[in-house]
Design a protein around this ligand. Structure first.
Ligand SMILES: NC(=O)c1ccc[n+]([C@@H]2O[C@H](COP(=O)([O-])OP(=O)(O)OC[C@H]3O[C@@H](n4cnc5c(N)ncnc54)[C@H](O)[C@@H]3O)[C@@H](O)[C@H]2O)c1
Length: 234
């Protein structure tokens, strides 16, 4: 459970709020001002009962027979997610992944501003991405403080991740999005979200194997024995 203002919201609900917000912003850009819970649920990819339950944690927004006011609901979800004010973001580890993430153009529209790129490799330092110059990690503390960084994307190799994360946390940063393949050991008040693309693909492989098993087809996608070998649980 996560505290949002004075209410406690299940972590799974918080994880779905960005999907609702994205769907609402799409509706707004299509000029749609009201939406039904079923319409919003469909756009968000969740069931409408789930959506109504999730939104009930944030207060009462819908009007029976009319639906939700798109702008009001989007503002409420934004506020609940703490997106009212801009989050200043740094990427630490600007290799293949960090560079690709730096060049993502969607941060500003979602309330984030990329303000620093940091790397340890002298060959990488000085390169430019997204209008920023990569700076040396020797100056990490100084850079995070000077730019008011509140969130960090960590994309260093696993071997460096723990030590770098500790330095980031010592600067007061409490939210880290980690792509590094290690379980970071950090104080309890630090929130780490870990992204594992290969792990997500394994989950898809599991579902593919389950579907093939149900249809009596023992061979996985494209005959891949690794996929075929995954056994779904009951
Ligand atoms: N989670 C995922 O889904 C996923 C997907 C791809 C890669 N990864 C992981 O992300 C990380 C980055 O992958 P990549 O392909 O970009 O690797 P990369 O080697 O291209 O980039 C890593 C960068 O980190 C820098 N670095 C090393 N030590 C550092 C330190 N102490 N401080 C600051 N920078 C430092 C390196 O100089 C390099 O530029 C790896 O750990 C990789 O395993 C995760």
């Amino acid at each position: 459970m996560i505290e949002i203002g004075e209410v406690t919201v299940p972590a799974a609900t918080v994880a779905r709020l960005p999907f609702y917000l994205r769907a609402l912003r799409d509706l707004l850009s299509d000029g749609v001002t009201t939406t039904s819970s079923s319409g919003l649920a469909e756009r968000s990819g969740v069931g409408s009962a789930q959506l109504r339950k999730d939104l009930s944690y944030l207060g009462s927004f819908g009007t029976r027979g009319v639906g939700y006011d798109v702008e009001t609901l989007a503002s409420s979800i934004s506020a609940a997610l703490g997106l009212g004010s801009e989050h200043r973001l740094a990427i630490v580890g600007v290799g293949n992944l960090g560079n690709a993430l730096a060049n993502y153009s969607g941060y500003a529209a979602r309330g984030f501003r990329l303000v620093a790129l940091i790397d340890a490799d002298p060959d990488v330092v000085g390169r430019s991405a997204a209008g920023l110059e990569v700076e040396h990690s020797d100056r990490l503390e100084e850079i995070l403080a000077a730019r008011g960084v509140s969130m960090v994307i960590l994309a260093t190799p696993g071997a460096a991740a723990q030590a770098v994360a500790e330095r980031i946390v010592a600067c007061g940063v409490r939210e880290i999005l980690s792509f590094s393949p290690v379980a970071l050991q950090l104080p309890d008040d630090v929130v780490v979200r870990s992204v594992d693309v290969a792990g997500e693909l394994q989950i898809l492989a599991f579902h593919a194997a389950a579907r093939h098993a149900q249809s009596g087809d023992a061979v996985g996608v494209d005959g891949d024995p690794a996929v075929a070998g995954v056994q779904p649980s009951a």
